[in-house]
Design a protein around this ligand. Structure first.
Ligand code: DGL
Length: 239
């Protein structure tokens, strides 16, 4: 039986993760769920984020998904341990800021800025990740940014003045870590702000590689040519 892989985020951010997943796993079918009813996650209390993330995982597993990708940094740091505990026999892959790959390439005296949502900024998991680094990574929370990106998909350049303010104090940073899946949409703008002289790290590809590894490990990888893969898009909405 050809079972799909579920991918969810609070909105359009996880589509970038989906892009890497489909490129790496072209024989798999996917269901993408945008939890627009609860967007933004990043400004909500931990329990509300966890509840929303559970509901998404529940929905996707109920649709017979063989694996679920939490394509959202905020939901990962807040709820992935609890989702894994609840679905202990299932493949659940999370999205984490690419702090480790960045730190590996960071110069001895340079520093990176890790741009995240408020909820990620406040989470223990994110701070443990930063504490495990032997180089300087400055966490930076931007409360409005994910929603601005979600709402300005047609004309993302409009948010550049706001972004300039966000990075104003960090003109000498060597790298920026995109700690929210929505921020993939603004990597071009960040590059412009730094005149192309900045390295940008995104965890999306790493999550797709992890998914591939987990599927192989569990013997769940789809066989080439056996089925025509499909991608289904779903969204929750505010009544
Ligand atoms: N895209 C989500 C993340 O990766 C959060 C966006 C939101 O605040 O809903 O953190």
């Amino acid at each position: 039986m050809h079972r799909p892989i579920g991918v969810f985020d609070s909105g359009v951010g996880g589509l970038n993760v989906l892009k890497y997943c489909t490129a790496l796993l072209p024989d798999e079918s996917f269901i993408y769920l945008a939890d627009e009813a609860n967007m933004p996650y990043g400004n909500k209390p931990e329990d509300d984020i966890a509840r929303a993330a559970f509901a998404c995982a529940d929905k996707l597993f109920a649709m017979n998904c063989k694996a679920v990708v939490v394509a959202c940094n905020t939901a990962t740091v807040t709820a992935i341990d609890r989702i894994r505990a609840l679905y202990s026999t299932r493949v659940v892959v999370g999205l984490e800021p690419a702090v480790k790959p960045c730190v590996k390439e960071l110069g001895k005296n340079g520093y990176a800025v890790a741009l995240v949502t408020d909820a990620t900024f406040a989470s223990d998991r994110f701070h443990r990740l930063l504490e495990s680094c032997d180089k300087k990574v400055v966490p930076l929370a931007s409360p409005k940014l994910a929603k601005l990106i979600e709402d300005n998909q047609g004309d993302i350049g409009k948010i550049k003045p706001y972004l300039c303010e966000v990075f104003e104090k960090y003109g000498d940073a060597e790298a920026v870590i995109l700690g929210c899946s929505h921020y993939s949409y603004i990597s071009g703008l960040i590059s412009e702000i730094y005149d192309g002289k900045i390295k940008i790290y995104d965890g999306a590809e790493g999550a797709a590689r992890r998914l591939k590894y987990c599927l192989e490990l569990s013997g769940l990888t789809a066989k080439k040519g056996e089925y025509t893969p499909t991608i289904k898009f779903l969204s929750t909405y505010k009544k």
